[in-house]
Write a new protein. Structure first.
Length: 207
């Protein structure tokens, strides 16, 4: 079964490198499934743990992502981490290109985060955050919460940021943008499955 899932996700991400993240323990049954998946692959005493389960899911998703030279590994659930080639762009260049009317309320937060030594040359930070918000939105849906709608809104905002990054990356000579497009199209489809009002919230196209 694991091999089938790996092959399926690799195909969805245009044959990008995929690795399996093993289960370490059994989290409480009361956790929503998205959080159980993530928490089970982190130490039980992880620093990602939060009292709010949506926040725990979001932060735990980040903890399962990995940077390697030239790539960033994104955790997408079911134990799978997909490695996407890093575009030859600075994070600041991407944020500067985001239209003012598409920046949303989180723009300043991530603009500052993108200036850190760790993220300034890694614009795939945007996909890392997009995935974390999607994980949080998934947990929210699984718990049938009326609260925490902002995680859906911020997920849509990050998808818009990702679309700007993709358009810039596509213009970079030699960059394998098909891998980035394949991943983003697949992630977009996942968002539509999780967030019923997705098309009302998001303006993200990867063409």
């Amino acid at each position: 079964m694991r091999g089938v899932i790996l092959a399926m996700v690799a195909a969805a991400a245009t044959a990008a490198e995929v690795e399996y993240v093993p289960v370490l323990w059994a989290p409480p049954a009361g956790f929503p499934p998205a959080l159980r998946d993530i928490a089970s692959r982190l130490p039980a005493d992880t620093a990602a743990r939060e009292p709010d389960l949506v926040t725990y899911t979001h932060e735990g998703s980040h903890f399962l992502c990995r940077g390697t030279p030239g790539h960033h590994g994104l955790y997408v659930g079911r134990g799978l981490r997909i490695y996407i080639p890093t575009p030859p762009l600075t994070t600041a260049e991407v944020f500067a290109a985001i239209p003012e009317d598409k920046r949303g309320t989180i723009y300043g937060t991530y603009l500052r985060q993108g200036q850190s030594a760790y993220w300034q040359a890694q614009p795939l930070m945007i996909l890392d955050e997009w995935g974390a918000y999607l994980a949080g939105a998934t947990a929210r849906r699984e718990m049938a919460l009326d609260s925490r709608r902002e995680t859906d809104v911020h997920c849509a905002t990050m998808a818009g940021y990702a679309a700007v990054m993709y358009r810039m990356a596509k213009e970079c000579s030699g960059y394998p943008h098909a891998e980035l497009k394949g991943f983003c199209d697949w992630q977009l489809a996942r968002c539509r499955e999780v967030i019923p009002e997705w098309d009302e919230l998001a303006d993200a196209r990867f063409d």
